[in-house]
Design a protein. Structure first.
Lengths: 147, 153
């Protein structure tokens, strides 16, 4: 597991190490099986095109899950996602890289918890933010670990 | 030109009504398979041995695991919405976590269609359906809450 990060070292404006995922049609089938989402726009090209789409699209929940991976890779075992959300103004397509990014917007202590607010998003290879969102993560602080 | 509302009286009548609960038994294999589908190798949701040495003392579910904990009534309404708008997309997802889901948990999924909104957007005439969901464990504690926006256009 990655080295633990601490609240004290966080600052607004800091960016998370980006995560690059390469969803394929094979992965979409795996996701359909694991999640129970069998909507045809994710594996049947004719169906997707009849719905006015360019082709099959990546499940929004899968891109959201990539953002979950971005956050958990970054925050380490000691961090906890309290809340996160995304919207899907754009599409991600299988066969294209999806780059997951995040940035700290605020740090604060609330009800004894050490929290950071983040802006998170997924980008397609054209640099478009297809999946913007926000997260609130609780982080460990050094005193609590030493004590 | 006057247009029939995408919010039919039949759909309107469903707002605020709780769906019957669906209960899922969460197995170790469900969690690992879910992590494999994301291709997320984090040991907390893949490797029981390593996870046992973590502060959680064992495997936990990855952050978006509630995606797989479907409520049947909600799914039926999603795919068979009483509205003239037939195309469907996911508009947004939100999760709030209170405690981890672990293998052996029995999670009861309850929820309702919380809100409807009609508009004109990039997709043309659009109907937003907002669902609110609660995930409760076998001890009666809420482990997570979700809010999902579905788009009909």
């Amino acid at each position: 597991m990655a080295e633990q990060i601490f609240y004290e070292d966080m600052e607004a404006g800091q960016e998370l190490p980006p995560l690059v995922k390469h969803p394929t049609t094979r992965q979409l089938v795996k996701w359909a099986g694991a999640s129970g989402d069998f909507f045809e726009i994710h594996y049947d090209k004719d169906f997707a095109q009849a719905q006015g789409l360019k082709g099959v699209i990546v499940h929004g929940w899968l891109t959201f899950s990539f953002l979950g991976q971005l956050l958990s890779d970054w925050m380490g075992e000691g961090g906890w996602i309290k809340k996160f959300r995304v919207s899907y103004p754009g599409m991600n397509y299988p066969g294209e890289d999806t780059v997951l990014k995040g940035k700290i917007t605020r740090k604060y202590v609330q009800e004894g918890e050490h929290l950071v607010d983040l802006e998170i998003w997924a980008e397609n290879p054209r640099g478009e933010r297809t999946t913007p969102g926000k997260a609130v993560v609780a982080l460990p602080h050094r005193k609590e670990t030493v004590g | 030109m006057p247009q029939e509302s995408a919010i039919t009286p039949e759909l309107r009548a469903l707002v605020g009504k709780e769906f019957p609960p669906t209960t899922w038994e969460v197995n170790k294999g469900d969690i690992i398979r879910f992590a494999q589908a994301i291709e997320d190798p984090n040991p907390l949701w893949n490797d029981e041995k390593q996870a046992r040495r973590s502060r959680y003392g064992g495997l936990i579910a990855p952050p978006t695991f509630p995606a797989s904990l479907l409520n049947e009534g909600m799914m039926n309404l999603l795919f068979d919405t009483p509205t003239p708008l037939k195309r469907l997309l996911n508009g947004g997802n939100e999760l709030e976590w209170y405690q981890p889901i672990r293998p052996g948990d029995r999670i009861t999924v309850t929820g309702k269609l919380a809100n409807l909104r009609e508009g004109e957007g990039a997709l043309g005439r659009t109907l937003f359906l907002i669902f609110e969901i609660t995930y409760t464990n076998q001890s009666g504690e809420a482990v997570a809450r979700g809010r999902n926006t579905l788009v009909r256009y």
